[in-house]
Design a protein around this ligand. Structure first.
Ligand code: ADP
Length: 181
């Protein structure tokens, strides 16, 4: 595990692993706009949380037909059978080129803002948009880590749960560059 202090009372850690196992206040789900489950980390979180998670998501209002969470925004539900008390569902962009950066940063910022509103002190992120949504790993890692570093919130611990060798090595390389003093 890599730990980077970003201020006296805030740190970012990077570790390989399955986000569904983490004992943090909230885990972030890289969801799709319908919020009814899917593949990748979304499927893993729904399986681990149990069927109540889907029911809670169904109750979230649609902002347009089939959209419970527009790209770049976030919603919160309980974590049900997860160790984490809450799930923050966010929707990253499908990668279309450098113009996708603002929406990816917004997905991280919206998640951090919700965690702040709830006064959570620990939060875990997956590598949002880095699976089927196709975001290049180093570019995504740079946006993820810079956005978390620059978000002046109260979340004391931000953990990145990195599932594969590729995302783990991209995030650790970028973190070493961004946080070296
Ligand atoms: P997206 O649609 O946002 O690209 P994916 O779920 O396809 O979302 O992938 C996002 C990242 O989550 C990928 O790097 C994938 O390897 C990773 N991932 C998949 N399952 C897990 C898990 N259980 N814990 C943490 N990360 C996971």
């Amino acid at each position: 595990m890599q730990t980077h202090a970003i201020s006296d009372h805030r740190e970012i850690t990077l570790a390989r692993g399955d986000i569904t196992k983490l004992a943090v206040d909230a885990i972030v789900n890289a969801a799709n706009p319908r919020l009814l489950g899917g593949g990748g980390v979304d499927g893993a979180i729904h399986r681990a949380a149990g069927p109540s998670l889907r029911q809670a998501c169904e109750q979230l209002p649609e902002s347009s037909p089939g959209v419970r969470c527009p790209t770049g925004e976030a919603r919160i539900t309980p974590g049900f059978e997860l160790v984490a008390k809450w799930v923050i569902h966010t929707v990253g962009p499908v990668y279309r080129g450098p113009e996708s950066a603002a929406l990816l940063a917004s997905a991280y910022r919206s998640s951090l803002a919700l965690a702040n509103d709830r006064q959570l002190s620990s939060l875990a992120f997956p590598a949002i948009s880095c699976g089927v949504y196709g975001y290049p790993l180093e570019a995504a890692a740079t946006i993820a880590l810079e956005t978390c570093r620059d978000h002046g919130g109260t979340v004391a611990l931000i953990q990145f749960a990195l599932f594969g060798d590729d995302s783990c090595s991209a995030f650790t390389t970028v973190a070493a560059r961004l946080f070296s003093t």
